[in-house]
Design a protein around this ligand. Structure first.
Ligand SMILES: Cc1cc2nc3c(=O)[nH]c(=O)nc-3n(C[C@H](O)[C@H](O)[C@H](O)COP(=O)(O)O)c2cc1C
Ligand SMILES: Nc1ncnc2c1ncn2[C@@H]1O[C@H](COP(=O)(O)OP(=O)(O)OP(=O)(O)O)[C@@H](O)[C@H]1O
Length: 151
């Protein structure tokens, strides 16, 4: 049984996240185990923006998704600590994640971690296919008093 590790922020979940997790698990073949590493708030602040949903609620949601067998918060500073703990056979990089596969392989080699790195090629295109687009839509929406009444 192969263990596949998937990573990401997963702030404001959308079906693209589900597709990535589904396809990541498929990389491990039949009976694969999918372990997801959810980025820490501190990492997201450093790399992207202030997350809307905090790390514990993002983790809670990921644990509820069908393809996910296990999920953990990452380390605040050492991204290889969790890789050593999980000992995956494959790390699945999403189609729009900026990591360069060859660089990551070299880093893992330097850390003496024996593991494959593969990119998931599937991307779900839609009006709201990223967290960023959801945030922009809310920001630019002309909400009437009526639509906000119960919020
Ligand atoms: C192999 C690997 C290990 C990672 N480990 C951690 C970690 O321990 N802690 C963390 O906060 N982020 C970790 N990350 C980074 C985040 O999961 C995420 O990639 C980063 O915040 C950028 O967000 P995005 O990939 O969703 O665009 C890791 C990423 C990779 C590829
Ligand atoms: N539409 C999509 N189709 C397939 N995979 C996706 C899609 N959106 C995100 N992913 C993958 O899901 C994982 C987590 O992504 P992340 O949480 O950064 O989502 P995002 O919606 O792209 O966020 P942002 O808009 O802030 O970049 C990454 O591996 C990413 O490649």
């Amino acid at each position: 049984m192969k263990t596949v590790m998937a990573t990401g922020t997963f702030d404001l979940l959308h079906p693209g996240h589900g597709l990535y997790l589904q396809k990541a698990k498929e990389l491990g073949g039949k009976d694969a185990k999918l372990v997801v590493v959810v980025a820490r708030d501190s990492t997201v602040r450093r790399k992207k923006r202030i997350p809307i949903i905090g790390e514990f609620q993002r983790l809670e949601m990921i644990r509820m998704l069908k393809p996910v067998d296990e999920a953990y918060l990452g380390h605040p500073t050492d991204m290889f600590k969790i890789v050593r703990d999980i000992r995956p056979d494959i790390i699945a990089i999403g189609s729009d994640q900026s990591y360069k596969i060859e660089d990551l392989k070299k880093d893992l080699e330097n850390q003496k971690i024996d593991c494959e790195v593969e990119r998931v090629s599937n991307y779900r295109k839609a009006e709201l296919d990223s967290t960023c687009k959801i945030i922009k839509k809310i920001k630019n929406s002309d909400f009437t008093e009526k639509s906000l009444k119960d919020c």
